[in-house]
Design a protein around this ligand. Structure first.
Ligand code: ATP
Length: 453
């Protein structure tokens, strides 16, 4: 593993050599400060929290590639710790003793290294696709929870955002030896009269038609994972019945007297606002706290447009497994970026599938592949990029008294940030995309840093 160290003004550096030696013994190579994104983590030692440090942290953590540990060997105000975290520090160590500091640093770097390795593994990258910062941050957190804990996970998000896919991933990354199966129970399909049997199983003769005994999902998930999809649809009476087994992991079959033990990781998902349901008395608060040890919110696709093209290319590979997937022509890319996806990733997948129906098999996918019913019907669709959202932002700025100079500077800063992020920090590619020289981009970024100091 490669990390960088950076010693800022005011930090007493006498322990430095020892720390570096100990890290080397743990196979962690320490380099000088490097913002070229070639290290997966870094440690910043400083006793002051300055705007410059915060801006550097922001830049480093912007596309989520570098986890930064900030260390201060004097007490700093509580506010300053939150500022560091807000700026992108992954953790902050304040006033640690020299003899414990080294262990604290090593344990964090090792954990982050392991998470980084898992997030970049094929098991994750080939399954849950996305380039947006928000998806990457979610992935890092979910991977850590799935692999290093047995916490129950609640996944929230609109329909089609990938909740079931994420539940599968949590199960796959669960490192239990001789792990059992992933058992999926869709809570919308439960027939009230049969719900007891569905969840707890039944004994022979427990009710009319129970000609043989049967296991329910709690028994079937023993040793594995139970995924309760659409958990927000559970009727209140059933919620009460599930409390005990979810907390104590013991249950009785319908018509049976013996308590049975089961052990499973619980994952729940819903597209409903469960907190609002709890407030309205439609979902039991005690059950909510039991299923929500770790809550993950998958944002809708409209809030992470950076994921659209990587997902579209992924679906092309999925649909055409035996050939080199075709490219998407520039106009088709623009069309996909502007299209609305009320059904989120599921909609995008269907759009790609429909385009392939009209693909003749050679060259890029072009606009002719877009079926007539999917084509945009308003004439100004292609002519303007400054749409309602852009105009709204300018309107808000003017209402707040922001002047033209500031609006223009901020617009440039946003464009630069997006281009640099999308080029993964490669300034040459970003400059090309922005239509400026490398030098002009470097100067603008230096000016940005000055403005932030
Ligand atoms: N990040 C992603 N990478 C690759 N495929 C994705 C991603 N997100 C969603 N999908 C695909 O989109 C489709 C819908 O995903 P999924 O069923 O997991 O969504 P969901 O949130 O559980 O939907 P619902 O609430 O309707 O059950 C699936 O085909 C899934 O493979």
């Amino acid at each position: 593993m490669k990390v960088w160290f950076r010693w800022m003004d005011g930090y007493q550096k006498q322990a430095a050599d020892e720390i570096v030696d100990r890290l080397h013994q743990q196979d962690i190579k320490v380099h000088d400060y490097d913002n070229s994104f070639s290290c997966m983590a870094g440690v910043m030692f400083s006793n002051k929290v300055t705007p410059k440090i915060c801006e550097q942290l922001r830049e480093l953590s912007r596309n989520g590639q570098i986890a930064v540990l900030a260390c201060c060997n004097t007490t700093i105000p509580g506010d300053a710790v939150w500022q560091l975290l807000e700026a992108g520090a992954s953790d902050v160590l304040v006033n640690s003793q020299d003899n414990t500091l080294i262990h604290e640093i090593i344990s964090r770097l090792q954990r982050w290294g392991a998470v980084h390795h898992l997030v970049n593994s094929l098991a994750v990258q080939n399954v849950l696709v996305g380039e947006s910062q928000v998806l990457k941050a979610i992935l890092r957190q979910v991977v850590e929870v799935a692999h290093f804990t047995d916490a129950s996970v609640l996944i929230l998000g609109e329909s089609g955002t990938g909740k079931e896919l994420l539940a599968n991933l949590v199960h796959v990354l669960d490192p239990r030896a001789h792990k059992g199966n992933l058992v999926i129970q869709d809570c919308t399909t439960i027939v009230p009269e049969l719900s007891g049997s569905e969840f707890f199983g039944h004994e022979r003769g427990a009710f009319t038609g129970a000609v043989s005994s049967r296991d329910g999902v709690f028994a079937l998930a023993n040793g594995g994972t139970l995924f309760l999809d659409e958990v927000g649809e559970l009727p209140l009476t059933l919620q009460a019945q599930l409390l005990r087994v979810i907390q104590e992991h013991t249950f009785k079959r319908v018509g049976g007297n013996a308590w049975q033990q089961t052990s499973f990781r619980l994952i729940c998902a819903t597209n409903r606002d469960l907190c609002a349901q709890v407030q309205r008395g439609e979902f039991r608060a005690d059950l909510y706290y039991r299923i929500a040890s770790y809550v993950c919110h998958l944002p809708p696709l409209r809030e992470r447009p950076e994921d659209i093209l990587p997902l579209a290319n992924h679906f092309l590979k999925v649909f055409l497994p035996n050939q080199e997937p075709p490219e998407l022509d520039a106009l088709v890319q623009e069309y996909l970026l502007r299209h609305e996806y009320p059904g989120n990733v599921r909609d995008l997948k269907q759009v790609v599938a429909r385009m392939l129906c009209h693909y003749a098999g050679q060259g890029a996918i072009t606009v002719g592949c877009i079926p007539p019913e999917d084509r945009p019907n308003h004439t100004d669709y292609w002519s303007t990029w400054c749409d309602g959202g852009f105009e709204r932002a300018i309107r808000v700025a003017l209402t707040r008294g922001v002047n033209l100079k500031t609006i223009s500077r901020e617009s440039k800063n946003v464009a630069i940030r997006i281009a640099v992020n999308e080029a993964s920090g490669n300034l040459q590619r970003a400059a090309q995309r922005l239509g400026v020289t490398d030098r002009a981009l470097q100067m603008r970024r230096a000016a940005q840093r000055q403005e932030n100091c």
